[in-house]
Design a protein around this ligand. Sequence first.
Ligand code: PLP
Length: 364
Amino acid sequence: MDVKFTVLQRGFELHKDEYEEAALRALRSGWYVLGNELESFEKEFSSYIGMNYGIGVNSGQDALILAVRALGIGAGDEVITQSNAYIASVLGITENGATPVFVEPDKYFGMDPEKLEAAITPKTKAILPVHLYGHICDMSRIKAIADKHGIPVIEDCAQCHGSNQNGKKAGSFSTISCFSFYPTKPLGAFGDAGICLTNDPELNEKLRMLRFYGSRKKYVSEITGINTRMDEMQAALLSVGLKYIDEEKKIRQHIAEKYLKGITNPLIKLPETREDTEHVYHIFGILCEKRDELISFLADKGVQVGIHYPIPPHLSPCYDYLGLNKGDFPVAEYYADHEVSLPIYAGMPDEEVDAVIEAINSFE
Ligand SMILES: Cc1ncc(COP(=O)(O)O)c(C=O)c1O
C-alpha cells in the first residue's frame, strides 16, 4: 500500500463545505487585507490559547522576526535557543543581527532546562524555546530560570497548537509567543500565515506597527517596520480550522496511540511524553540507528517518511560565521542523524497507519 507522508487534500475534505463558504465570504467582501476576518481570527485564536492580544502576520518566520525585534533585540545581543531548533527559529534571531546561543535538547526534543543557566551571559536578551514536534518544553523550569535572571521568553509554537502543560496552553507561558499556520501545521492555513500573541498592551501596539511599515496610521511610519499582514482569506479559513483544532488533535493522538502500541521493533526508539504535558503529535519522531536503511526499506514498501531535521542549525552553511563545529552539540547532532518522522495527520486512514506499523515491524 502506498502511504504518503501527508495528503493535505484529506484535511480540506474533512470540512470542505465550511472552507468553501469562508473562502467565498472573503472573496465577496471586497476587503482583502487588515479587515474583519483578521480581527475576528486574532481574537478567537488568542482567546483559545489564553492570551490577550493576537497580531496576525504573513508566516511563522515573520512572527519570530517581529517578536525578537519588538523586544528591542539586535546587534551585540544574544538569544538562547535549542541546538535542534528548526532553522526558522534561529533566523528569527539572526535576521535582527543578534547572535544565537544554543542549548542542547532533552530526551523529549525540547530545550534542556538543566543546560540553560550555563548559557546565560550579560548579553542574553531573550530565551527562545521551541516546542518541537508538538510537545511543550519544560516551561515551569525554563520560566523559573528566565524570571530569576529577568530575561523575557519567546515561545516558538509553530508545531504545538493546542497542546497544554499543567493546564496551560503552549503559547501562554511567554512574553511573546509565535505560531506558524503553514498548511501542514496542527492548525494550517491554505497558504502562508502566522501570528504573535502577547499579554502586554505596549508590545501589542508595537507588533501591529512592525507588521505594517512601522505605522499606526497609514503613511505615517513612526518606526522602521515591514509589510507582513495575514490576509483576509487566510484568516477566514483559519477561523474554520480553529473550530476543529481539538477534534483534529484527537485524530493525531489516536494515530500516535496506534503507533505507540503497534510498533514493537526493538530497532526503533519511540517518542516519550512528559507526564504533565500533552503531546499533539505534529510530528511523530522515532529514532533508529540504521536510519538510512530504514528509510529505503520503507520506501520499497511504499511508505513515505520525513526527517526533522537532517542538519542542525549550527552546522547549516548559513551559520559558518558562528564558527561552530561538528561535535559541539552532540545531542542535536544525534537527533539529526537518527530521527525519522512517520506519517500523521487528520484524515489519514487507519489502514494506512496499520500499513506503516507492519512495514516498520518487518524491518531488520
Ligand atoms: C519550529 C518552527 N518554527 C518556525 C517555523 C516557520 O514557520 P513558517 O513556515 O510559517 O514561516 C516553522 C515552520 O516550519 C517551524 O516548524
